[in-house]
Design a protein around this ligand. Structure first.
Ligand code: C2O
Length: 361
């Protein structure tokens, strides 16, 4: 566990062009002098049902826009501000924190929550608080995030609501200036993007994408380690993205979408193309909602071997976040596994939950 309020440094790890970086490298969270509290499961009866971003109702879209707008309106040093939420990713992923763990850990070793088995649980918790904060900002305890459903043909384009600069005569709060312009206009994502445009017909791209999802969830994700990523425990140096232990979804469709959305004319592929800046694009959170959903679907496939890690080093790894009440909360991987307890889930299309199921590459 990092000591996020007193031991945090400017981000630099993994940022290629430090001098020309277009977002701030000062990623430490606001220090409000609060004590860290243990996490308590939500007591509410309702379940927040995350909805496909390409197919939201007017009410869902309006609420989502209003919530992001309210978040953007907060002063940057508020723990719920748009900038503070973006900086969480930067601090946990670009060397903001070290493995101090209440003084008994490894204060000279940076924390990196990517490229290992921390990837899925860390991002689940990140979105968990982000969603509850947004709901609080518009006073809606049922507020649920959209997800970018890139595993279904109709959901593969970058969702329309994120694309236009203005909305109803005002700036669109879901728009981000640092995106790769021609990708946004062509709009069907390439889940296997490696930095080069394939220039294939949309229909072919759709079939390729379905095969990529099959590859990440079935063929390359056959067991716990290949799906979640290799172990990463206290004292381990940060794992690089070329390490063979990166999980199938993380190294596959997840990273491809980051690279595909980020603006390659910016020094670090901002925003989506680098950890330190990705959280500044609202698309980041809906992309990660779908990545999180891949964890759920992988389990629901019911294939033997599709189970979470049970190693105590995984179960007891923890992170600290500001919750919707501006309290600092410590959360553990072991508490991230059960969606029923976390009171959120994903709206599925009952007719076709796995359109990629027969897309064996
Ligand atoms: Cu924390 Cu998609 O990266």
């Amino acid at each position: 566990t990092p000591d996020i309020t007193s031991i945090c440094k400017d981000a630099s790890a993994g940022i290629k062009n430090l001098d020309t970086a277009v977002r701030s490298r000062k990623c430490c969270p606001p220090a409000l002098g609060k004590k860290v509290k243990p996490f308590v499961f939500p007591k509410e009866k309702t379940v927040r049902m995350r909805w496909p971003a390409h197919n939201g109702t007017k009410e869902q879209v309006d609420k989502y826009r209003a919530a992001i707008k309210a978040m953007r309106a907060l002063p940057d040093d508020h723990p719920h501000s748009f900038v503070s939420q973006a900086k969480i990713h930067c601090a946990y992923c670009n060397g903001g924190y070290t493995q101090v763990d209440s003084g008994t850990g490894f204060p000279n070793v940076d924390i990196q929550i990517h490229n290992s088995w921390l990837f899925f649980p860390f991002h689940r918790w990140y979105l968990y608080f982000y969603e509850r904060i947004l709901g609080k900002l518009i006073n809606d305890p049922t507020f649920a995030l959209p997800f970018w459903k890139w595993d279904e043909p109709a959901g593969m384009p970058i969702p329309e609501i994120f694309v236009s600069e203005t909305y109803a005569g005002q700036p669109n709060p879901l728009y981000d200036v640092y995106r790769k312009a021609n990708h946004i206009n062509e709009r069907i994502v390439d889940l296997d993007y490696d930095g080069k445009d394939k220039d294939i017909p949309d229909k072919t791209q759709v079939l390729c994408n379905l095969s990529t999802v099959y590859r990440d969830l079935v063929r390359n994700g056959a067991d716990t380690t290949s799906f979640f990523g290799g172990d990463y425990v206290a004292g381990d140096a940060p794992v690089g993205n070329s390490d063979p232990s990166v999980g199938s979804v993380e190294s596959g469709s997840h990273t491809a979408v980051h690279r595909w959305v980020g603006d390659t004319t910016q020094p670090n592929g901002e925003d989506m193309g680098n950890f330190y800046s990705a959280g500044y694009d609202p698309v980041f959170y809906i992309h990660h909602a779908n990545v999180d959903r891949m964890w759920k679907l992988w389990k629901e496939l019911g294939i033997p071997g599709h189970v979470e890690p049970t190693d105590p080093d995984w179960l007891n790894a923890s992170y600290i976040f500001y919750d919707e009440n501006e309290d600092l909360v410590q959360v553990f991987n072991k508490d991230s596994v059960n969606l029923d307890k976390l009171k959120f889930n994903y709206i599925e299309n009952s007719k076709e939950v796995f359109p990629w199921r027969k897309s064996r590459p």
